[in-house]
Design a protein around this ligand. Structure first.
Ligand code: NI
Length: 200
């Protein structure tokens, strides 16, 4: 443990805490209404729809918020594919969820690139990017780990290490639940129904 540098130790601790939160949280809709986890905050970013998008624009509808980048070799595609599967399983209710993919690599992720990339998973997905400062602000608000790492395996010579939680945000803009990487589409559907979708 002592050999871990600061940020790695923080990520580890955060992972343990979040792991506990996720598994300990009972799936009870009434309780969910009062729960707002300490993640998220105001943002103002450039959308893949060609518009500026703020946190306020997302209110009125539950959202799934993911952080990642289009050059991500496997984690991001897996997460996006699984969310797309979950929305398919929800049928028409899938239209009630706004999926938002916030770039941790604004250097490469233009709005146009995000639009093309996300369309391949689900055309309802919205990509957000911005300046380095704007992305730093939103990743801090969501407590997202983001680290540029040199690599020989990409043309630009770098990749981005990033944390992989999916944030379940309610219609009021509060983070209501966290979904860990690796969750199945069925699990995502279960969490959405329990936390943010109206009960039938
Ligand atoms: Ni990724």
């Amino acid at each position: 443990m002592l050999s871990l540098h600061g940020s790695a130790a923080m990520v580890l601790v955060a992972g343990l805490v979040l792991g506990g939160l996720v598994s300990a949280a009972p799936v009870v809709a009434q309780e969910a209404k009062q729960v707002a986890l300490p993640f998220g905050g105001p943002f103002d970013l450039q959308g893949s729809n060609g518009k500026r998008v703020t946190d306020k624009d997302l209110r009125g509808k539950p959202a799934l918020v993911l952080f990642g980048f289009t050059h991500c070799p496997d984690v991001c595609p897996t997460s996006l594919f699984t969310v797309a599967e979950a929305l398919k399983q929800l049928g028409p209710s899938g239209d009630d969820i706004q999926t938002v993919f916030i770039s941790v690599d604004p250097e490469r992720d233009t709005p146009e690139l995000l639009a093309t990339y996300l369309d391949a998973f689900d055309p309802r997905f919205l990509g957000l990017t911005g300046t380095q400062e704007e992305i730093t602000a939103v990743t801090r608000a969501y407590r997202v780990h983001r680290l540029k790492v040199k690599t020989a395996s990409s043309a630009e010579g770098y990749t981005i290490d990033h944390s992989t939680l999916t944030y379940v945000v309610d219609a009021a803009g509060n983070v209501a639940s966290l979904i860990p990487y690796g969750a199945t589409a069925e699990k995502i559907v279960e969490v959405l129904r329990a936390r943010v979708l109206p009960r039938n």
